[in-house]
Design a protein around this ligand. Structure first.
Ligand SMILES: CC(C)(COP(=O)(O)OP(=O)(O)OC[C@H]1O[C@@H](n2cnc3c(N)ncnc32)[C@H](O)[C@@H]1OP(=O)(O)O)[C@@H](O)C(=O)NCCC(=O)NCCS
Length: 434
């Protein structure tokens, strides 16, 4: 059983993600191997839980493992099944039965969620129209198709009614022919059309690996490209990565590749900082940027405990609103993990780094250093020659980063008056940026 302290730690770590994912759309590409695994009932429970937390869920499922089970391995061209008439009629049958199984598992899962008194409603239908893939390099792909159009309006309507949308890998053409659609491409098209926050591939592979086979947790889309060139990966991964890149370029925030046959992997990936599979983002996971007015509630949460301890100068919401243009935030995976402000003074080449804070569970990861470096660089580019830091308890931290002790008398007049007024008796440090 989880100890009290690990529970508290895990809950605190998950809380910002719960808040962040509320109202966001997640598209899950669930491979047929995952559907057939022992873990599927618990995955369904986790999906139902996400739905009950207000996450807009779309599932696109696969069929390959079921066909193989019926001895219909079939022929493939560059990873795409060549679907003949016989396998197409089997695929239709499988889709019907898989849909029912998924619905049943989700219904069971919903019983264990906080919203169990309500009913989990699953929406399905002809959301996707298809067209034939045609003849590729002389190979007739027969009834293998590609997405022609996605009925975004109908899917959005279902999601707006808190329904979970379940999509099978088939689509009909305008001429009434049914085509088999490849799972990764279909899920990507759906995520792009819905402007999803996340696209999650749940398969048997744990993600993109380095030369030693260790899963790389966070990659920018250019890092992923380099890794693919350096180390050969599993065939499925090599197919998924270009699709992931397409999704990221098209505005999907994160693409995650996780092992869906591992119990709890989806929750681990979505609600912990490190995750369990590979998460891909368009740019780096960590960034420092200017703060926006919409960051104020997060900034208050970060600063308030430190103000109460007397470490930071008191600042209320109005102060932050008035001075938000002086603030910078450090973000990790879209969550604010630190902040600092650069105060400037009229007719002075001195600036002051103030309100430097890193959230307690993210300390000692170098964010403090990064914020300081960023502020120094920004200050220098804006003509500031000396950076001040006033602190009651963090003296050594600044000294170790090249600051020297100074007398309060070096402070610009306006800051000196404030210093004398607030009686905090902070120590004064200065660093030359030359
Ligand atoms: C100071 C602070 C911003 C550093 O952030 P961080 O991301 O942990 O910093 P880094 O990872 O770059 O550096 C961590 C190092 O700083 C040291 N450090 C942290 N707080 C310190 C302090 N008050 N005095 C001296 N060193 C300190 C850590 O021990 C660690 O050193 P180590 O790796 O040798 O053990 C963070 O600890 C914080 O938010 N503290 C509370 C607010 C605060 O004091 N702000 C400054 C107000 S002027």
């Amino acid at each position: 059983m989880m100890s009290h302290s690990s529970f508290v730690k895990a809950f605190r770590e998950a809380a910002p993600y719960i808040h962040y994912l509320h109202g966001k759309t997640i598209v899950l590409a669930v491979s047929s191997h995952v559907l057939r695994s022992e873990c599927f009932p618990s995955l369904a429970r986790d999906i139902a839980l996400l739905n009950s937390l207000g996450v807009r869920m779309v599932i696109v499922h696969g069929v390959r493992a079921f066909l193989e089970e019926y001895g219909m391995a079939g022929e493939y061209w560059h990873g795409h099944r060549i679907t003949d008439k016989q396998s197409m009629s089997e695929i239709k049958r499988i889709c019907g039965s898989v849909r029912l199984d998924i619905e049943a598992a989700l219904g069971m899962g919903f019983l264990h969620t906080p919203a169990h008194t309500a009913k989990l409603s699953v929406a399905g239908g002809n959301f996707i129209s298809a067209q034939p893939l045609g003849v590729l390099e002389g190979v007739d792909m027969q009834l293998t198709g590609q997405v022609r159009k996605i009925d975004v309006e109908a899917i959005t309507r279902s999601l707006n009614h808190n329904q979970l949308v379940l999509i099978s890998p088939v689509g009909h053409s305008l001429g009434g022919i049914t085509y088999n659609l490849p799972l990764p491409e279909t899920a990507t098209a759906v995520a792009l059309a819905l402007h999803a926050e996340k696209l999650v591939f749940l398969s048997q592979s744990s993600g993109i690996c380095d030369a030693d086979g260790k899963v790389l947790l966070n990659l920018s889309h250019t890092d992923a490209q380099k890794i693919l060139q350096q180390y050969p990966q599993h065939e499925a991964i090599e197919r998924i990565v270009p699709l992931a890149q397409e999704a990221l370029k098209g505005g999907v925030h994160r693409v995650q590749i996780i092992n869906g046959t591992q119990d709890g992997s989806l929750l681990d990936e979505l609600f912990t900082r490190s995750g369990v599979g590979t998460a891909l983002a368009y740019s780096s996971f960590m960034q420092i940027r200017k703060a926006l007015a919409s960051d104020i509630p997060e900034l208050m949460r970060l600063i308030e405990p430190l103000v109460r301890e007397g470490i930071l100068l008191p600042r209320n919401k109005d102060d932050l609103e008035k001075h938000i243009q002086d603030f910078f935030v450090a973000e990790y995976d879209d969550l604010i993990v630190g902040c600092a402000a650069l105060k400037t003074f009229e007719n002075s080449k001195m600036g002051e780094i103030s309100c430097l804070a890193v959230s307690p569970n993210m300390r000692r990861h170098g964010y403090g250093d990064l914020l300081l470096e960023y502020i120094e660089d920004y200050a220098q580019k804006h003509g500031i020659t000396h950076l001040l830091a006033l602190t009651t308890r963090t003296a050594d931290w600044f000294i170790e980063r090249g600051f020297d002790t100074a007398e309060a008398s070096i402070l610009p007049q306006e800051r000196l008056l404030q210093y004398q007024d607030n009686k905090r008796n902070s120590k004064v440090f200065v660093k030359s940026l030359a």
